[in-house]
Structure formats: C-alpha cells, structure tokens
Design a protein around this ligand. Structure first.
Ligand SMILES: *Cc1c(COP(=O)(O)O)cnc(C)c1O
Length: 372
C-alpha cells in the first residue's frame, strides 16, 4: 500500500527551503515587519504577474473580498443593500464578504458541468436590485468571464472575481472590476500564514482598499474611512516573493497530473466532468470527481491510503450561520438542487506539485478499482 496525502508541501519546501530561510533572515535583519519594502515589492510583482495596474496586499482572502466590495460602496459604484449574485456552491467566505459589506447575497445555481456560474442562470437571477456579480473560479477553473462580463455590461452590473483558488489561470482576455486572492498556505500560491490581495486596473479602487486595510487612513492618524486592520506582513510578502517565480511551473505540474487523471480515470461510478477546453484556464487548485456513493468511495480510498477531502460538504445556504436570515439572497427558491447535489457527490482527490508519477498512478488505480 502507498500513502498519498491530499496535499503536501514537501516538494516546494525542498526546492525553496534555502531561499525561504534567506527571506526570513532578511526580514529579521530589516527590523521592519509591517508595511515595508517587501510588501510593496510583492504588490508590484503580483500586479505585473496578473497583468493588472494595481495590487494591494491584505490580511487574508476574506478581507480581500470584503474590502474590494466596501471600497466599491465608498466610491459610489454600488450601495449598501444592493444585491450581489454569488454562486451557491462556493466556499462560505464569498457569502460572508457580501454580508460584511452590507450587501445582499443572491445565491445562484452553478452550471452542473463546470461548477461555475453560467449566463443562463445569471439571467434568471437578476432583479432590478442586482448591482454586481462575484464570479468564483472554483477548483481553479476560470469561470466563463468573457460571457459573464458581456452580460454584466449589458445590464450595467459590476463584476468581481473570487480568484482565491485560481492564481495564474488565464484564458481569453476580459475586464472585471477587481479580483480577490487568498494566500492561505495550501492555495496554489501560499504564504506561511494568512495573506490576501486585491488586484485591479482601477487605481482609485486600489487606493481605497489600501486605506481601508490600514484603519481607513492614508496619512498616519488621519482617518478618512471607517477601516479595519488588514495588511500583508513583511514575512508573508517575502515568502510570496520567493514563491511567485515558481507558480507557473507548479501550476503546469498540476495540469499534467490533471491531464493524466482525465485520461486514465475510467470507472462508470466516478465522474470526471471538469476537462477544460483550454488547459491554461484551469490551474486545478483541487481535482474533483463526482460519485453517487461519495462517502463510501472516500472510505474505500482511505482504506487504500489515499487521502481525500470534500469541497464543500454543506453549501452556504444550508449553514446554520445563515438560517435566521430572510433576505431574498439566502432563501432564494428555498432550495438549490444543483448546489446541493454537488455537495453530496463531490470528492477532491490528491493534487499538487509534490505528487510523483507513481502516486498519480496509484490514485488512478485505486479509483478504477472502486466497485459497489
Ligand atoms: C480560500 C478561499 C477564500 C478565503 O481565503 P482566506 O485567505 O482563507 O480568508 C475565499 N474564497 C475561496 C473560493 C477560497 O477558496
């Protein structure tokens, strides 16, 4: 039997251990730990990497989402109480951010094949109160952004991206208002603690996000906005600076593993639905398979030493946290059968640049050996 962890940093730490230790001692020697040169350097590097004008480092991905929305309210582009469309099968943070900004989340069924928003469902979800869409690039797969942006333009809506799982995914060009990233340690680009960023071509928006993350102040002790404390610290920025040049090669390795999974997993009980038309547009933050007897499959794989996770077992609208709310958002139609089905059938199998070919073969073999 082989043990295959769901995700491991072995390879990354081995390849970059010395560089990372050097980063730590540089920060230590600099004696400057917050809002220093490394944060600015990383912001410039990540903006350039994303092909955008501005990047603002913040404390985590949830804050990146929240501050991007709050800044849009401050700038008068949306207003408190406006409806924001969010896919119903997202990680809870997307919904929490909308609520935290005083906006109303409207949960919309995803496309059952891509697991992302599609324009037909957007059309059905729009009301006269809808002012924005948050596209979540779930599992690392870019949502159909050209179509979503075109739809939004026709309706006069803003488009935001939750790109927390999609660092480096690229497709046809499109223009959103801003994208929020997380650098949680297990993301495709991960720090050694919490971190996040807002990336945008809207320089004005970036300035307000920056100020909001620093108590709402640009000039020390002068507070323009009701802000929070949410900053990317120097240690995290240094780690991210050391890792960023390797992101593309790590994503490429994920794409190679995914290509093998897509070609070699052959079991009528295990569906692989996410084969992308353009391989670059999917960076496989996780590799999901779908199975009617998901819990049984998970136990079977565990018995063979293959670790798996579920993304996500309970969709946001069924979480107790939102049970008291009566807004159109959370209770839309009362039921979201596609999102609920995905939650019941999804299983994420091992994925990441540390995986060896033997491990990939073993995971494939194990999935193909599953029977009822
Ligand atoms: C990880 C993640 C977040 C939140 O990021 P944190 O840094 O953990 O706050 C938000 N949205 C999605 C889709 C994520 O995967």
């Amino acid at each position: 039997m082989m043990n295959v962890p769901f995700y491991s940093l072995d390879y990354v730490n081995r390849a970059l251990g010395d560089a990372l230790r050097e980063s730590f001692s540089d920060v230590l020697d600099s004696k400057w730990f917050i809002r220093g040169n490394r944060c600015r350097e990383f912001e410039d590097a990540f903006a350039a990497y994303c092909g955008k004008k501005a990047c603002v480092g913040v404390g985590n991905g949830l804050d990146a989402l929240t501050l991007m929305l709050k800044a849009s309210i401050i700038l008068g582009r949306i207003a408190e109480g406006d409806e924001v469309i969010v896919p119903a099968n997202t990680f809870v943070a997307t919904v929490l951010a909308v609520r935290a900004a005083g906006l109303v989340p409207v949960l919309v069924e995803p496309d059952p094949v891509t697991c992302n928003l599609n324009v037909q469902h957007l059309q059905e979800a729009c009301s006269e109160k809808t002012r924005a869409i948050i596209a979540v690039h779930l599992y690392g797969r870019l949502a159909d952004m050209p179509a979503i942006c075109e739809f939004a333009k026709a309706k006069g809506l803003l488009v935001f991206e939750d790109a927390a799982q999609a660092h480096g995914a690229c497709g046809e060009s499109y223009s959103s208002n801003a994208a929020a990233y997380s650098f949680y340690p297990t993301k495709n680009l991960g720090a050694m603690g919490d971190g996040g960023a807002v990336v945008t071509d809207d320089v004005e928006l970036a300035q307000v996000v920056k100020s909001l993350g620093n108590y709402g102040s640009v000039e020390k002790y002068v507070n323009e906005f009701v802000g929070v404390n949410s900053r990317l610290d120097e240690v995290q920025a240094a780690v991210l600076l050391a890792k960023l040049p390797h992101l593309d090669s790590w994503n490429k390795r994920r794409q190679e593993i995914a290509a093998r999974y897509c070609a070699e997993i052959k079991n009528p009980l295990v569906r692989v639905t996410l084969v992308p038309a353009n391989p670059q547009s999917h960076v496989w933050h996780v590799f999901p398979v779908f199975c009617e007897t998901r819990d049984d499959l998970q136990m079977f794989l565990k018995g063979r030493g293959v670790e798996t996770l579920i993304h996500y077992p309970i969709p946001p609208h069924l979480q107790q946290a939102f049970s008291g709310s009566t807004s159109r958002g959370e209770l839309r139609h009362g039921k979201l059968p596609v999102a609920e089905r995905l939650a019941k059938t999804e299983l994420s199998i091992p994925m990441g640049p540390s995986m060896t070919e033997d491990q990939v073969s073993y995971v494939v073999e194990s999935l193909n050996a599953y029977a009822r």
